[in-house]
Design a protein around this ligand. Structure first.
Ligand SMILES: [Mn+2]
Length: 350
């Protein structure tokens, strides 16, 4: 039985990755009737968001020659991913009167696209025209067709499997986009979500001509001076909490002083998360009146998505985040450690 997709309602999670046939067919059926398709990824896009946005956009362009395919994100493509084919074609939000099919990528909930405010009709119950492709287990299934595979490493991995199901040819450009997302969401094939299926996907993408060294160089072996200075501040300020977490924080002042923007903080937490024996790691950052928290853990008995949920956020068991309105307030705790033994007769009265 193939119950991978759902239409206008409940959602099926964590099915084997090999049972995508029904959802691919439902998506294909919806897209085949479209004259315009807008691919949309989440704000503050990471490698998986941009990789799946561009990969899917390029695939759809080939698969639907009579349709107009556009790619959208409320935020610009980060410089790190500007090497990807077609990255210059990513636009801001779709036109206000857009009435075609929207393909949401890597977007765990509508608000992460910011289109829920500007384009609420795209999420209305009667709007029969969206595909929601994602791997976040908390995705509520807000699309007409929902392809949410929570055991996939990345949205890019799901896009590859859909392409295979539908017989779409994956060329070197598409493979480069998709491999970028697989690499970034697995931390370079190091995170615990790096399954055998991930290695098989990587193998297929390399055979399709993915420019692996270009990705490695651009994403994993490049860091600007401002990034390194910002990470220096993150690392300098780490502290261990009584709960057994390691925490650091960067203020608006740190961003100003280093000249780094918010996106350059990505990756620093993996170093914070390297302290042995910790239950979790947390990096707090001030951005435009909000405090963003990024949580990671290496442990199976800690669920950081639940911790993030307590602050209105979410994510995965081992990587999650939240954002709260407010600012960071430094708190320094001093403790007096008496030298031993204290000299008799010189003690102050309590
Ligand atoms: Mn992702």
């Amino acid at each position: 039985m193939l119950h991978h997709c759902s239409l206008s309602g409940g959602i099926v999670r964590s099915r084997p990755l090999t049972t995508l046939r029904a959802s691919a067919a439902a998506m294909s059926d919806l897209l085949s009737r479209a004259s315009a398709v807008a691919c949309v990824c989440h704000r503050n896009p990471d490698g998986d968001a941009i990789g799946s946005l561009l990969g899917m956009g390029l695939l759809l362009e080939r698969a639907l020659p009579s349709a107009t395919v556009t790619m959208h994100c409320v935020d610009p493509v980060p410089q790190t991913f500007s090497f990807l084919p077609a990255s210059a074609r990513v636009m801001g939000p779709p036109a206000q009167d857009f009435r075609g099919v929207v393909v949401f990528l890597d977007s765990a909930e509508p608000k992460l696209t910011e289109l829920d405010v500007t384009h609420p009709h795209l999420f209305a119950a009667g709007h029969p025209s969206s595909v929601n492709i994602d791997h976040h287990h908390a995705n509520p299934g807000f699309g007409t067709v929902n392809i949410v595979v929570s055991d996939a490493s990345s949205t890019c991995e799901i896009v590859l499997l859909l392409a295979r199901e539908l017989g779409w040819q994956v060329d070197a450009d598409v493979a480069t986009c998709l491999l970028t997302g697989v690499y970034t969401d697995t931390g370079g094939l190091l995170h615990s979500n790096t399954t055998g299926a991930v290695y098989r996907a990587v193998g297929a993408l390399l055979r399709s001509g993915a420019r692996q060294q270009q990705i490695v160089q651009a994403v994993f072996r490049s860091a600007s001076m401002s990034t390194l200075k910002l990470w220096g501040r993150v690392l300098e300020k780490i502290a261990i909490t009584p709960e057994g977490g390691v925490v650091s924080a960067v203020t608006e002042g740190d961003f100003r002083a280093t000249g780094a923007d918010y996106s350059q903080l990505t990756g620093a937490i993996d170093y914070v998360n390297a302290v042995p024996g910790m239950r979790f790691s947390l990096v707090l950052s001030e951005r435009e009146g909000k405090v963003k928290g990024s949580l990671r853990t290496l442990r199976d008995d800690v669920d950081v998505s639940a911790m993030a949920g307590a602050y209105g956020g979410g994510g995965h068991r081992k990587a999650a985040g939240f954002a709260l309105p407010g600012k960071l307030k430094p708190e320094v705790r001093w403790v007096v450690e008496p030298s031993s033994p204290p000299a008799t007769g010189q003690q102050e009265a309590a």
